[in-house]
Write a protein that binds this ligand. Structure first.
Ligand code: GUN
Length: 283
């Protein structure tokens, strides 16, 4: 078997066209969807990420504001900025880029964001909404994974999904989203005794660890669907995921590439969430 690749760029393009149409419709009613991106310090990776987020907004007809601060910005000053953005009617989504400098309590800053503007889906209220099935914003990366499964018409009911990784940003919310679609879900992590025994039972595997070759061909049931959330560098400095791409491609039915898979979907779902926030505020 050679896996069919799920093209995150192509799917993103489709979804972003839909966002652009929704943004145009809302603008015609007098509201321009607005996202504020806050960056503290000069982490090079963060600078690239926020630039891409702002550019994606522009391309889809969303208004965006990038606020950049020096690394020595005080926690109190950042909280004051978040509070001002919470009350800014032109801003419907607020994203504080992580990681923050060590002297700032990131959780405290996230909790200061109004849940109505929490387009990252990191606020405890958003996590609680996902857990209970209440309306709220879903974290963008796992949300993008769900859209990828939807794009191949995959019905999760009764399927066994194995999530490798238990972060608050990907692993845990991913498991809850799969559960909401009636999959039987197993979360594996660094304390899991026999990862291979778990993944071999899986119809769907989501690898979200941040380490190369966490999932190899011998760990995948023939025909399984594999989503690779990893973003790593190989020995030659080339971007790669958590999955041994060439090996698993020969076993899986569907596989997401890195780059060009889950990565672009993360920004796309940020646009979708911001659009949703703007529509809710205008209704
Ligand atoms: N840092 C890396 N990824 C993300 C993300 O999706 N949101 C925020 N706020 N920070 C990040």
């Amino acid at each position: 078997m050679t896996a069919e690749l799920i093209d995150g760029n192509a799917l993103s393009q489709k979804l972003r066209q839909d966002v652009a149409a929704r943004a145009a419709a809302l603008r015609a009613r007098g509201t321009t969807p607005g996202l504020a991106v806050v960056l503290v310090g000069d982490n090079p990776a963060s600078q690239v990420y926020v630039r891409n987020k702002v550019k994606a907004c522009e391309n889809s007809g969303l208004h965006s504001v990038l606020e950049k601060y020096d690394a020595d910005l005080s926690e109190a000053a950042l909280l004051a900025r978040v509070d001002a953005l919470n009350h800014d009617p032109a801003i419907h989504g607020i994203l504080v880029q992580l990681p923050l400098p060590a002297h700032i309590d990131a959780q405290k800053v996230i909790e200061a964001i109004s849940p109505a503007k929490d387009v990252d889906g990191f606020h405890i209220a958003s996590a609680g909404a996902l857990m209970t099935g209440a309306p709220g914003f879903w974290p963008c990366t796992p949300y993008g994974c769900m859209k990828m499964l939807e794009s191949i018409g995959y019905d999760l009911r009764g399927k066994h999904a194995v999530v490798i990784g238990r972060s608050n940003i990907v692993g845990k919310p991913m498991a809850l989203m799969l559960l909401q679609k009636n999959a039987t879900v197993t979360i594996c992590h660094s304390g899991t005794k026999d990862l291979k025994a778990m993944t071999l039972q899986a119809d769907v595997i989501v690898a979200a660890v941040g380490k190369r070759n966490v999932l190899t061909a011998d760990m995948v049931k023939p025909g399984a669907v594999v989503l690779d959330v990893g973003m790593n560098r190989d020995d030659a400095g080339k971007l790669c995921g958590d999955v041994d791409f060439d090996g698993v491609k020969a076993v899986a039915s569907h596989l997401t590439p890195v780059p060009g898979g889950v990565g672009p979907m993360t920004i796309t779902m940020l646009l979708v969430n911001t659009m949703e926030a703007a529509e809710r505020s205008a209704s």
